[in-house]
Design a protein. Structure first.
Length: 103
């Protein structure tokens, strides 16, 4: 089995998963418990993606300028800055950390 087979299989599974979402009855989605579970899963997924992208490089744990960027973005979020300002604060913090010699 080639790599293209697995890529096409993954595409088909992703499409079928999306299609299954459209086939779920609307009354199931109106349930308050479903809304709470969906919101919790979204927050958990975003937190795990952020952690992996900040602290991992391949198979290794790394501590570099991305941590400074995450901290600066967190401070901007705590100050209730607009999203664009949060992104810019993280980018500027990472640039300054790399300029200071942090990998």
């Amino acid at each position: 089995m080639t790599l293209w087979f697995w890529i096409l299989l993954a595409c088909a599974l992703a499409f079928l998963t999306k299609l299954a979402g459209y086939l779920v009855p609307a009354r199931w989605m109106d349930n308050p418990r479903m809304n709470r579970v969906a919101g919790t899963l979204t927050i958990g997924l975003l937190a795990s993606l952020t952690a992996v992208n900040t602290f991992a490089s391949g198979q290794q744990l790394v501590l570099d300028a991305r941590i400074v960027a995450l901290a600066a973005a967190a401070v901007a979020l705590l100050l209730r800055a607009p999203f664009l300002v949060v992104v810019l604060a993280g980018a500027v913090a990472a640039a300054l950390a790399r300029l200071a010699g942090m990998p």
